[in-house]
Write a protein of this length. Structure first.
Length: 144
């Protein structure tokens, strides 16, 4: 039996191992946003129950769909840029991510309070990432 031991204070490719966890989570979220944007673009909205109410507004529905998909794609690209900034040791990238994580924690905690159990995974991931960003090896990498 081979036992692999990874020290959380170790480095991989001159970056703290814990930072790689954050970078991979941020990349996964960015890719998820891009996929969601593509899915919105590729989905036809079934609005057959609202034909009377939407008469004359068909263009508005298409515009709203395009806007929603575009927002997801822009969020995905921005998230991937943040991952790149983290990879390069940018203090600004770290600061932006910390602000986003705090907002995410507040929003998901509120969602849990009103009964939205789905946000528990996002809440846990945000708390873990925020915790990791304040660990001494990671802070040292960003020279904070």
């Amino acid at each position: 039996m081979i036992l692999i031991h990874i020290d959380v204070n170790s480095n991989y490719k001159d970056r703290p191992t814990m930072l790689w966890v954050v970078i991979l989570i941020v990349i996964a979220v960015g890719i998820l946003y891009l996929i969601q944007g593509a899915m919105v673009f590729g989905t036809d909205l079934d609005l057959s129950g609202f034909t009377e109410e939407l008469e004359g507004y068909e263009g508005f529905v298409d515009m709203a769909k395009t806007l929603i998909a575009s927002v997801y794609i822009i969020l995905g690209l921005l998230t991937l840029i943040i991952a790149f900034l983290l990879y390069n040791g940018s203090k600004g990238g770290r600061t932006i991510l910390i602000v986003i994580l705090i907002i995410s924690i507040l929003v998901n905690a509120y969602a849990l309070l009103i009964g939205g159990i789905i946000g528990i995974i996002e809440l846990a991931a945000a708390i873990i990432c925020l915790y990791i960003l304040y660990q001494p090896p990671v802070k040292a990498y960003f020279k904070v």
